[in-house]
Design a protein around this ligand. Structure first.
Ligand SMILES: C[S@@+](CC[C@H](N)C(=O)[O-])C[C@H]1O[C@@H](n2cnc3c(N)ncnc32)[C@H](O)[C@@H]1O
Length: 205
């Protein structure tokens, strides 16, 4: 069977599933699959979703944290409000220096997990898109280090390319456990890949 055909069918499968199960994006299943394997979001956690519109990951995170958990979605674009309690969204730019402080004012305590699926507007010029995306991932890492509690986890999308290894090395500098992941729900022809960092390293000395 041609690979492209299988890929399109898989894409269609998650698209339909998201429609049927009322998720705002099929990306929700990428988060579910990785959490199922690594258990880095737990019931009652506080989760911050950076680059969250239209809100599929925010919904998935809320489902995992349950009634006592709290999820904050941040995006440049407005996100349609959620009906559940303890899900908030704000319009914000993750490249702005004050954003971490703003986030800390909205969440009930330091976050257990920061997740980021942020993507730049795609120009079609590969080097430009890769560099912009890595820049967003670095901003997400910086914010995470400011808003996470010490045992916190960081999960981020990146586009593969020559700046990726440097970024992974930065995540390794700050987290004890680092995984590079391609979830089943992510198309294999897509260059996206996900990095998970668990447990912030304690400063030495
Ligand atoms: C692929 S979408 C996220 C999809 C989301 N995870 C979901 O499941 O619905 C990427 C998002 O990143 C956001 N984004 C890009 N640059 C941003 C920035 N500087 N600050 C905040 N959000 C940003 C875009 O507005 C876009 O909504």
């Amino acid at each position: 069977m041609p690979k492209a055909w299988l890929q399109d069918r898989k894409r269609d499968y998650y698209y339909k599933k998201a429609k049927e199960e009322n998720y705002r994006s099929r990306a929700a299943y990428k988060l579910f699959q990785v959490v199922k394997k690594y258990q880095f979001i737990k019931r009652s956690d506080v989760v911050v979703d950076l680059g969250a519109a239209p809100g599929g990951w925010t919904q998935a995170a809320k489902k995992i944290v349950g009634n006592k958990g709290f999820v904050l979605g941040v995006d440049l674009k407005p996100i349609e409000p959620f009906p559940q309690k303890y899900v908030r969204t704000i319009i914000g730019d993750i490249t702005e220096p004050e954003i971490s402080q703003e986030i800390l004012e909205f969440i009930p305590r330091k976050a257990n997990v920061a997740i980021s699926d942020a993507s730049p507007n795609i120009s079609g010029i590969w080097e430009v898109d890769h560099a912009r995306q890595i820049d967003l991932a670095q901003q997400a890492l910086k914010i995470s280090l400011e808003i996470l509690e010490p045992a916190g986890s960081f999960f981020v999308k990146v586009f593969q390319g020559d700046m990726l290894q440097d970024f992974i090395d930065k995540v390794k500098k700050h987290f004890e456990i680092v995984k590079v992941i391609k979830p089943e729900a992510s198309r294999s022809k897509s260059s996206e890949i996900f990095i998970l960092g668990m447990q912030i390293k304690k400063p030495r000395g």
